[in-house]
Write a protein that binds this ligand. Structure first.
Ligand code: TYD
Length: 210
């Protein structure tokens, strides 16, 4: 059932590793909450059992191949969308705005670099058909800068080296051209985090109509 008849908006954040999207998302949602906008924040890989397997693959605790990883991401995403208890569609239909840290463009940009992109796109077709973002905010950062941040965090994951990150960034930009029907807003990561936040708020507030 929808609150006031309005379905929530689905807003996705994308970027290479260490782009600062999680921190920016936190500040944004705090700001929106203070304005009385109802928000639910979620992320992929998720915290479900599917996501837990993926985390183990990413840290190397489970050694597996790229096809399996891509398929697991697609499965995790479908459950994320459709789960009857806490799925994204359920929240949206309750009138809640959902903010998701990574979605299928991550699969295309990351996993599509290792296994045929068309196969990854096909795997994610059911997700794209079920739920497209109202807007995808891409936080754009120079990989040299983001990898310096990631190195400070300590333990690195499967895709976290600079050459790979440069490739992933190129993949994202190719994807924006290949999928012009995806509504993507590119927000540059500025040295001053507050400046990035200001630009991000402008995009998101316009989408939410607040
Ligand atoms: P995440 O925890 O968002 O990393 P970060 O906080 O550094 O942005 O994502 C974990 C990793 O999973 C990240 O390297 C990107 C990768 N990933 C894929 O390869 N495919 C996907 O579909 C998703 C959602 C993430």
């Amino acid at each position: 059932m929808e609150k006031n008849g309005a379905r929530g908006k689905f807003i996705v954040f994308e970027g290479t590793d260490g782009s600062g999207k999680s921190t920016q998302l936190k500040s944004l949602v705090k700001y929106l909450g203070e304005k009385g906008v109802s928000c639910f924040v979620t992320h992929e890989p998720t915290d479900s059992p599917f996501g837990a397997i993926l985390r183990s693959c990413l840290t190397g605790r489970i050694d597996t191949d790229e096809h399996t990883i891509a398929a697991l991401f697609a499965a995790d995403r479908l459950d994320h969308i459709h789960n009857p208890v806490n799925g994204i569609l359920k929240k949206l239909n309750e009138g809640v705005n959902v903010f998701c840290d990574r979605y299928y463009l991550s699969s295309f940009a990351y996993n599509g670099g290792f296994v045929p992109l068309d196969w990854v796109v096909a795997l994610n077709a059911p997700a794209r058909e079920a739920l497209k973002p109202d807007v995808t905010v891409y936080i754009d950062i120079d990989p040299a800068q983001s990898m310096a941040r990631v190195a400070k965090r300590g333990e690195t994951e499967r895709y976290e080296d600079i050459e790979r990150q440069k490739q992933i960034r190129r993949n994202y930009f190719d994807l924006f051209k290949r999928f012009p029907d995806e509504n993507v807003a590119i927000v540059k990561s500025m040295d001053d985090k507050n400046e990035t936040q200001k630009n991000l708020r402008a995009v998101v507030c316009k989408t939410l109509g607040v």
